[in-house]
Design a protein around this ligand. Structure first.
Ligand code: TYC
Length: 102
């Protein structure tokens, strides 16, 4: 087998086999008790959003019941859900954070 043919064989196998990893949306759910300011701080702290963007997303969740915080590979999304859930629990707020395959 020539070097050239070996090289092209490897590339073809990759094109057939490699697909992008499944991606997951991380969402916040609305509730009647968590303070708006706490939700804004969560979006800034865990999702790196500006105060303006955090406020927009918080208000969307407040009005529509749920809103997307970001799109991540499975393990990153699961870590965000755990971190936000634990942070809300520590502050005794019922804020729910969930993930959904996109
Ligand atoms: N609905 C809450 C309130 O009026 C605010 C809120 C927004 C709570 C977003 C949760 O994910 C949430 N204090």
């Amino acid at each position: 087998m020539t070097d050239k043919f070996e090289h092209s064989t490897v590339l073809e196998r990759q094109e057939a086999k490699v697909k992008p990893p499944p991606m997951f949306q991380v969402l916040l759910l609305n509730d009647d008790f968590t303070p708006m300011e706490f939700v804004v701080s969560v979006l800034q702290k865990f999702f790196g959003m500006s105060r303006e963007k955090s406020t927009q997303v918080m208000l969307k969740v407040h009005r529509e019941g749920r809103g997307v915080c970001g799109l991540f590979p499975r393990d990153v999304a699961a870590t965000k859900v755990d971190q936000v859930s634990e942070y809300a629990r520590q502050h005794q707020h019922p804020l729910q954070c969930v993930m959904e395959e996109a």
